[in-house]
Design a protein around this ligand. Sequence first.
Ligand code: TXA
Ligand code: MG
Length: 349
Amino acid sequence: MSYKQTKYWSVDNFSGSEENLQVMKEAALWITKGEIVAFPTETVYGLGANALDEQAVKKIFEAKGRPSDNPLIVHIADIEQLDELVLEIPDVAHQLMNQFWPGPLTLIFKKKQVVAPSVTAGLETVAVRMPDHDVARALLRAAGVPVAAPSANVSGKPSPTTAAHVYHDLKGKIKGIVDGGRTGVGLESTVLDCSTPVPMLYRPGGVTKEELEAVIGKVDVDPTLLSLSAEQTPLSPGMKYTHYSPSGTVYLVRDRQKMVELIWRAKQEGKRVGVLTTVENEGAYEADVVVACGSREDLATVASALYDSLRTFDEREAEVIFSEVFPYEGLGIAIMNRLEKAAGGQTPL
Ligand code: TXA
Ligand code: MG
């Protein structure tokens, strides 16, 4: 499917005014008509389709070039919509929803048959979340249907944190983009399976394991998240693909001295060198493209800027990219998970 013109609706500084809601109505109408529309959430931009309409959902896979075995997350505006989608809501899910919804936490439930088969890639479970973003929720309410939405990037590329990123990847391939400004969290939601006896973390994200355990006690972690072994298959289909990758090759680097050495060597080889660093170390490296991604003092700033930073290396045509690493705790776990994927699963040098 190709659209000569991808529509663009701007609702930056959304206030819920009559004018804003009119724009939401127009965008939502396309979703109810079976088209696909990108919209902001608090994590990253999503590419939405009516989750009950199989033909509409298929357009998402086509536009993104997404493998058909990778299921989508269904977005809802109100908790009451959950009953329509899932067979049962375990107690732990109630506790988590009370605490973290709306917010960057996706929960996996046993699904009802109304959910379009492509949404769940044939699985008997469905992933659901309620985004904490006024524009997203206004759009969901105006559409009146649950909306399946993966991140609105071409498969394999960093997720979009601005409407411009979406436009870059998907112009001409989708019906429209709702521009609600830059997203906040910057990394995708945490994905937790609560259909298992002990809840199982599939993807680290905006809500940390520590925060989950403070509410429901023990959480298991998909063992493939803890090792970089390529032999095991992750429990969540999407986690097996290389992701978040700029065109240049990404290497993770343990310390500053090693970084200086690697930059020097790559320059000797005539490469155009990029470095992903933080404001603390920005002045320490002489490379062609040095990008400071937030501050080590506050990892939320790193998460928020990470994907935009990775995209900068494409814009500035870096051939190799050396990235600093972050502590494996709190939000650092989600940041390192994305960086490891960008580096194709290689261990730090
Ligand atoms: O923050 C987010 O979650 C963003 C925004 C747009 O909401 N969405 C997002 O979607 O990141 P996507 O499609 O890029 O990632 C969905 C992840 C994939 O890793 C997928 O495999 C997993 O959720 N997933 C979805 N349904 C699943 C299921 N039933 N069982 C296991 N994993 C599932
Ligand atoms: Mg994605």
